[in-house]
Design a protein. Sequence first.
Length: 172
Amino acid sequence: MARGAHSLAGGTIITVRRLRPADWQVWREVRLAALAESPRAYGSSLAREQDLGEADWRRRLDPAHGVTVLATHGERPAGVICGYRLPGTDAVLLIALWVRPDLRGRRIGDTLVAEILAWARERGHTRVDLRVADWNDAARRLFVRCGFVPTGQREPLESDPTVGTETLSRNV
């Protein structure tokens, strides 16, 4: 589902759309690019996800479980973000935000976060949570700018337990 074009900082025009299972190949391409470029930022690894098959990638895009949003600049992926309903709650977990390095600083991340907030609101969720690694100051600034506040809840990153993360939260 296309959500339209957005004009961002520096005159950058991006298009944002919610991916469906049929979009599994572009999702795989962007996710693997994110894991290769920023391996410390995620709870998974490039090696683990390179071995996933088509059925796995399609399942990850099943709208019954959540949403994956792709931003494109021209014909190329510019960034991605995911949101999943936290079972047993009315909250959404925001995960896997990534913006292509050459397009960072142009508010693409803000636009992707806004799309997750819109998706959560459409489904009647009241809160969006996320975890940010201690070293990731740029991501923390983005999330705070988008209205998220630290909760004080901490836990180690799954892919590297030596890295601490903090949960940030925002009401929808």
